[in-house]
Design a binder for this molecule. Structure first.
Ligand SMILES: [Cu+2]
Length: 156
C-alpha cells in the first residue's frame, strides 16, 4: 500500500505517469526524510528468539542501546545449546542488511565468543539508517551451516 504512494522516489521513470497523475504529491516534500516504504513500527525486544530452518534457536539476550537505535549497536545473543552438540567454536557471520534498499551496514561486525553457555557478543552493528533492517546471523557448527534473521525497526 505504502509503496504505491504518490511521490515515491524509487522507480521514477517507471512511475512517471503516476507522478504526473498525482500532481502536487511532490509538494509534500519528503527531501531528507525516509520514504514511506522504509517506515515500520514494530519493536524488537531483548528476549526475542528466532529459529533457523534446521531448528537451532538464537535468543537476543541484550541490546545496547535498548531498544536498538540508529548507528552503532552491540548485541548479546545466545545459541541454543540443546540444539547443538556443542556451541563452543561456533563460527558466526553477522550481516545487517536493509532489504528495501539492498544495502548493508558498510562496516564489519565483530563477534566475540564469550565461551559461556552459547553466549556471543556482536559489536558494532552499524544500523545507520532509520527503517527496517534484517540482522542476518549465519552460524556454522560442525557440519551444520544455517542462519537466523532478526528483523529490527530503527526509528528515524
Ligand atoms: Cu537504507
Amino acid at each position: 500500500m505504502e509503496l504505491r504512494r504518490c511521490g515515491h522516489r524509487h522507480g521514477v521513470v517507471a512511475s512517471l505517469g503516476l507522478l504526473l497523475a498525482c500532481g502536487d504529491a511532490e509538494s509534500t516534500g519528503d527531501a531528507g526524510v525516509s520514504p514511506a516504504s522504509e517506515r515500520c513500527d514494530f519493536s524488537l525486544m531483548a528476549g526475542s528468539v528466532e529459529t533457523s530452518k534446521s531448528g537451532v534457536s538464537i535468543e537476543l539476550v541484550q541490546t545496547e542501546p535498548d531498544p536498538p537505535a540508529r548507528f552503532l549497536n552491540d548485541w548479546r545473543i545466545r545459541l541454543d545449546a540443546e540444539a547443538l552438540d556443542s556451541t563452543s567454536g561456533a563460527d558466526l557471520d553477522v550481516e545487517p542488511f536493509m532489504p528495501a534498499h539492498g544495502h548493508g551496514a558498510g562496516t564489519p561486525v565483530t563477534v566475540h565468543d564469550m565461551e559461556d553457555d552459547g553466549l556471543y557478543d556482536l559489536q558494532g552493528l552499524n544500523l545507520w539508517m532509520g527503517g527496517h533492517w534484517e540482522v542476518r546471523i549465519g552460524f556454522k557448527v560442525a557440519d551444520l551451516s544455517d542462519r537466523v534473521v532478526f528483523d529490527v525497526c530503527i526509528p528515524d
